[in-house]
Design a protein around this ligand. Sequence first.
Ligand SMILES: CCCCCCCC/C=C\C=C\CC(=O)SCCNC(=O)CCNC(=O)[C@H](O)C(C)(C)COP(=O)(O)OP(=O)(O)OC[C@H]1O[C@@H](n2cnc3c(N)ncnc32)[C@H](O)[C@@H]1OP(=O)(O)O
Length: 663
Amino acid sequence: AAVRQGIVDTVQKAVSDPQVKSVVICGQNGIFCGGADIKEFGKDISGPPLVPVFHAIESADKPVVAAIEGSALGGGLELALFCHYRITHSKARLGLPEVTLGLLPAAGGTQRLPRLIGVPAALDLITTGRHVTAAEALKLGFVDQVIDQNTVEAAVKFALSVVGQSLESRRISTLPCPCPDADALFEGVMQKVRQRARGAIAPVTCVQAIQAAVTLPYAQGMQREQELMATLFTSAQARALQYCFFSQRVVSRWSMPSGARWDTSKPKPVTKVAVIGLGTMGRGITVALAQAGLSVVAVETEQQQMIAGQRAVSDMLERAAQRRGVSSAVYRVRYSMKLEAVADVQLVIEAVFEDMVLKEQLFKQLSSICKADTLLCSNTSALDIDHLASQTRSPQLVVGMHFFAPAHVMKLLEVVHGPRSAPQAVATAMELGKRIGKVSVAVGNCRGFVGNRMLMPYSQEALFLVEEGASPEVVDRALEEFGFPMGFFRMSDLSGLDVGWRVRKADGLVKPGQMSRVRQGRRYCPLGDLLCEQGRFELPRGYRARQGLVSRRIDSKEVLERCLYSLINEGFRILEDGIAAGPEDIDMIYVFGYGWPRHRGGPMFYASQVGLDRVLQALEHYQQLHPDVPHLQPSRLLRKLVSSGSPPIHRWKEVIKKPHSAL
Ligand SMILES: CCCCCCCC/C=C\C=C\CC(=O)SCCNC(=O)CCNC(=O)[C@H](O)C(C)(C)COP(=O)(O)OP(=O)(O)OC[C@H]1O[C@@H](n2cnc3c(N)ncnc32)[C@H](O)[C@@H]1OP(=O)(O)O
């Protein structure tokens, strides 16, 4: 509000003062403007409206120049678009990211950008919200000059040099918005955007607003922009997306049950890292590290795997170099078939086959080969980090670094700490994650950590639903309509049915050839095991007939409630156990690692939106119907939250307070 007031007062003064011949608008401390204060959204927004003042800038009879350094995002870029000229520092980033917050650029962005750079380019920038470099902005035509020197000084010089020149062509509102074959263009774009949006409404609304720029005169287009923004501003999706924006930052401020925290634990400097194992995960991890400028030693002891792995890594790095316009020689990867090659690194990431005996042996060897202060990390997706730590001479230097495939693409990193992990080890892994562009979340050690532990009840429910009569397509359709990129069955096919089979075998659940539907005292569905054993797809219908199961019609409501609420219920148990520090950690794990639709804010935020009492009632209902399924038993924390009046999500921690932590 204070910034808005400042802009209004100063612009009015500068525009009306006859002594002032030209005006430069700049930001402070090297940043032009990051846009509106997102924290103000959802509250009463006080202070003067900006758009009339922005129009006063445009219609001024003296040149107004934006001096853009750092960032010009959202409302900040819209302000710059009202200026007559934009002078930009080469390191600046520009964009209209409102769509990522569930909104649209409603200070004229959707009406003015297409007039300036054309409809297709504006559609791309506004519907994706991507930030562009100054060079790209210049190429697209929405900045006038890119410089490397002091931007404000250059802008002042420029502003003085254009005094007295006509400003007619510089007023974007007066420009036409040509769009040949507009109907066909918008039809095609709308189809693509809907597909990509997976149920998110803001991207679709952005297209409608830009269409108004083509079909309506400027003033009416501006009005339409306001009307469309009003439909988004208070929407549940906007709330969810804004929650994600802040949660992504909250998770970087990690804490451990011991009280150790991000702001009191200093990471160790890391420049040289080793990756052990060049399977799918090891390759992606190597690429991610090398791209971030780290020196990497990649070790693979099996010759064929080494040849294939080396080729795959080189290809990926070659493509990355082409994209960046640099030589692939900038990436420093050394390959070795000997474990001794890791002797001088500061951090090792083990990414070998998911086999505890193999990993135990490897950690023992690493512990004697590496320097005493080397961090030993495991990419295991479920195995006991504490047990691995116990194989080494310095268990405090062992943490999990759980990447998600493909590791050079997926944004999530779970940093797993055990009771003996040193805060500095966690800080170092978190910092390394940040450096390689990951959203890193610190979690406690338990079977499956946070993400995979919650996936277990979800996947079991998906299978139970098929036993009871749903087809895999019905289950997947409900989940995909909810917003997941892939339903459970398509995802299992893609990641390989044998992956889960191996985990179930390790848990002693698989009994080859046996059809029994109770294992370890609880309901079990062996369908997935049968598929793997027979090396083919078992038709659920035949299976149901042999099991004497009577199939029934199952609707998408039941699919969603059973799959999602059981996953959410496990999330509450994780909070109760102190495995995750807060609901934001769980939500970011699911948004960045498991395809949970961001516009639904993550599973725990979704539960808060649905209503905790409704989630509890549904779980109680299904638990009565399926008493042999323990994961449907509502967690203590869920009950406690409901009996505390279902506080908003940012106040859950007050109810959790004392987790029953084993850490
Ligand atoms: C010119 C007039 C100004 C007011 C305009 C109002 C006009 C109203 C009309 C139009 C409405 C427009 C809608 C918008 O503008 S929506 C906002 C669009 N902007 C964004 O989405 C930018 C979001 N921020 C970022 O992308 C980054 O934070 C960036 C600015 C690039 C800086 O990145 P980095 O240096 O990595 O720092 P952090 O991301 O860690 O951020 C540092 C802390 O600042 C908080 N932050 C950042 N941006 C905002 C914001 N727009 N509103 C509120 N808070 C913001 C961020 O949360 C960090 O704080 P903390 O660590 O405490 O979480």
